[in-house]
Ligand binder design. Structure first.
Ligand code: PBE
Length: 266
């Protein structure tokens, strides 16, 4: 290929994240749809992706990563999503709360709080910014809760206080989910539950709720990013609907990279 093309400059590599992430499936589909046969999607982790981005950005080198919003990287760096005319990434979506069958009977107060949990991108970003700055996630969650008692009161409205029942929340180590899980976990704790946060891969997250070994997750990206997991397990969990609206996934580049659409990678 042309060494001066974007492909030549990046060695035809797109920096991905955890192999099981919905975003990776969307990207594999995009490579097919846009016929980007020369390109390689590099598997790794969200942390490694961000490290690569930082390295390239500081040297003003071209780089293409798989990205999503909300994410602190958009406030730290000048970035843009590549246009996606084939709609491989499904447009704006939501993050839903999903709980195991039977939780409503076993821990009605926790169920009510999880059902009423809803916040905005700007709320989540406040927690993410503190965590990225080095604050312990549980401290960042506590700080947000203390500063947002009005919102928390809406989530806990009418909820029975727990009797030290155990609640196991499962999540994946994405920055978004670290923030939300720590916040809702702390709120449940303050309302009488014994909460454990368990970090897993995305497949086991859905499987755990479906088989009842976990109680809830606030990390279900729908309707597109986790469509396959959702369809596989949907008869065996309860979907409590969105806790955050208006997320996005796609291919992301620094603004200094001179392309605007995925089509231009060809
Ligand atoms: N993400 C962040 C996840 C959902 C949350 C976009 C990396 C995924 O791709 O499955």
């Amino acid at each position: 290929g042309d060494p001066n093309s974007i492909g030549g400059q990046t060695n035809y590599k797109i920096i991905g994240i955890e192999p099981g992430a919905g975003l990776m499936k969307q990207t594999r589909d995009a490579l097919k749809k846009y016929e980007l046969n020369n390109w390689q999607l590099v598997e790794g982790s969200s942390a490694a992706m961000v490290a690569e981005l930082k390295k390239a950005y500081n040297k003003k080198e071209p780089i293409i990563v798989t990205g999503w919003s909300p994410h602190w990287m958009f406030s730290t760096y000048d970035l843009k999503y590549l246009e996606d005319p084939n709609n491989s990434y499904g447009g704006a979506e939501n993050i839903n709360t999903i709980v195991r069958k039977g939780l409503e009977q076993d821990a009605p107060g926790a169920y009510t709080i999880l059902d009423q949990f809803a916040w905005k991108t700007s709320d989540m970003e406040e927690v993410m910014v503190d965590v990225t700055g080095g604050m312990d996630p549980s401290k960042a969650a506590e700080k947000w809760i203390n500063a947002n008692q009005d919102k928390v009161a809406e989530w806990t409205k009418g909820a029975q206080t727990g009797n030290s029942e155990s609640i196991k929340l499962v999540y994946v180590a994405w920055d978004t989910e670290i923030a939300s899980t720590n916040v809702i976990g702390k709120v449940l704790e303050q309302n009488g539950y014994k909460v454990t946060l368990s970090q897993v891969e995305v497949g086991p997250m859905y499987a755990g709720i479906a088989n009842g070994s976990a109680d809830a997750t606030v990390s279900a990206w729908l309707p597109s990013t986790h469509l396959e997991y959702y369809n596989t397990y949907k008869n065996n969990f309860v979907d409590l609907g969105p806790n955050l609206k208006g997320t996005k996934t796609g291919l992301v580049v620094p603004k200094y990279v001179d392309i605007n659409s995925i089509e231009e990678l060809k």
